[in-house]
Design a protein around this ligand. Structure first.
Ligand SMILES: [Zn+2]
Length: 429
């Protein structure tokens, strides 16, 4: 009896396997993002949602259910943006921000976010780490679920839900409104280590993959050129948050702009520093030593600088002036850089690939720039081998462009074809 049972199971299993759709993608050129080598006339064989094999077209032995012809294209892995806000639609000024939190319901903001998710995928980003819903509760968990269930188009999402700051240090700001009003907040405010732990536990319970903190505020440029800020958390608070995050097998991302916040966050256990515009050499050494990634978010800073300066806050302009030097130094020290745009902090109708151009302008080779949004992003997310490169066993997340991006990085802003999880989502061939 047991023998027959095993036989039936084996048959069912093989039927299931044969029921998986197979796709052969004929590629004119594949960019190996690890080596920078261009492999011409290749076939990517896809079974279900994974890449089964990549072979030379001349030695292709298998039949597939579907054949896709990308022989006139340059093919590379789907891109990874490690810093997005799908629930935000640009916030140059505090008014832009407040309007979204005070005049738009969370359902309305979520509907708008479905458009942002689609936009990210159409831009060629098949994976994003979304770093905070900015007052929209746990709606990022719902968006992630809707995408995973193919209810709406969008990238794979790693979500961080509310994000955490300390009491009184995040908009909507009490000082702009009548004090007797209870204003909604763009994140979870805590005071004390226990509240920090509770916030982390709650966010993980509701589906957070990452925990995001805002580590510093009140940025200043000193006459000697150094940047300073006020660390938001007490040592006990930040350590409690990091401890609870790490022991729950999650990772901590820290918005930290100057050495005060950056060093504090790294020593607590943060795995990525967001923005970091004012970092110094001590920060860079520590980042290398502790294997901490930097998401530089350059375009957003330049995008908001003028508007914020007009509104009386010139810091983004100062950061824009010093960022080429900071970036070059970080590269010299060997700081690992993951592509992160902060899109949503600038409008979703703006390009998501502008940071590539800045990276190259500041001294990166085109391949290194592409690696920030592929293998580096995958490493930061703990997904090496599953995304960010075209290898057997990886998710079938693939994009195609008309020119070699190593010769023309701007072509990444014009992705013609997108496959995610073995399904074609954009086809403008
Ligand atoms: Zn952000």
């Amino acid at each position: 009896m047991k023998k027959y049972f095993t036989l039936i199971i084996t048959l069912l299993f093989s039927l299931h396997l044969s029921a998986q759709k197979t796709i052969a993608v004929k590629c004119g050129n594949i960019l190996d993002v690890r080596t920078g080598k261009l492999l011409s006339n290749q076939i990517i064989f896809i079974n279900g949602n994974k890449i089964e094999s990549i072979t030379d077209a001349t030695s292709f032995p298998k039949k597939a259910d579907t054949v896709i012809d990308l022989s006139a294209y340059y093919v590379l892995p789907g891109l990874i943006d490690c810093h997005t806000h799908v629930l935000l639609q640009g916030d140059i000024t505090s008014e832009d921000y407040d309007v979204q939190l005070l005049k738009e319901s969370i359902p309305y903001r979520t509907i708008r976010a479905t458009k942002s998710c689609k936009q990210a995928l159409m831009n060629g980003f098949t994976t994003i780490r979304d770093l905070g819903t900015e007052g929209a509760g746990y709606a990022d968990v719902d968006l992630k679920k809707a995408i995973a269930n193919e209810v709406i188009p969008g990238p794979r999402m790693f979500v961080s839900t509310l994000a955490i700051n300390t009491t009184g240090h995040y908009p909507v700001s009490e000082k702009d409104y009548a004090w007797e009003l209870k204003m909604p907040k763009g994140l979870k405010e805590i005071t004390g280590a226990d509240e920090g732990r509770k916030a982390v536990r709650e966010q993980i319970a509701y589906g957070a993959d990452w925990i995001k903190i805002y580590a510093d505020r009140g940025y200043q440029k000193l006459p000697n050129g150094d940047y300073r800020s006020i660390p938001n958390f007490t040592k006990e608070e930040i350590e409690a948050i990091a401890d609870e995050t790490i022991k729950s097998r999650r990772k901590l991302a820290a918005h930290a702009v100057t050495p005060d916040g950056i060093i504090y966050s790294i020593n607590a256990g943060a795995k990525s520093i967001e923005h970091g515009f004012g970092m110094n050499e001590e920060c860079m050494q520590l980042m290398v030593q502790k294997n901490v990634f930097w998401c530089p978010t350059i375009y957003v800073n330049d995008f908001v600088a003028e508007g914020r300066a007009k509104a009386g806050s010139p810091m983004n302009k100062f950061f824009a002036q010093t960022e080429p030097e900071v970036f070059k130094k970080a590269m010299k020290y060997g700081v690992k850089i993951a592509y992160g745009t902060d899109i949503g902090g600038y409008d979703w109708t703006e390009p998501q690939t502008k940071d590539f151009e800045f990276f190259i302008q500041y001294g990166m080779k085109p391949l290194q720039a592409i690696q920030t949004a592929t293998i580096n992003g995958a490493e930061l997310l703990g997904e090496t081998g599953l995304m960010g490169e075209l290898v057997s066993g990886a998710f079938a997340d693939i994009i195609a462009v008309k020119e070699n991006p190593l010769n023309n990085i701007k072509i990444l802003g014009n992705v013609k074809w997108v496959m995610k999880n073995g399904l074609v989502w954009k086809n403008e061939k």
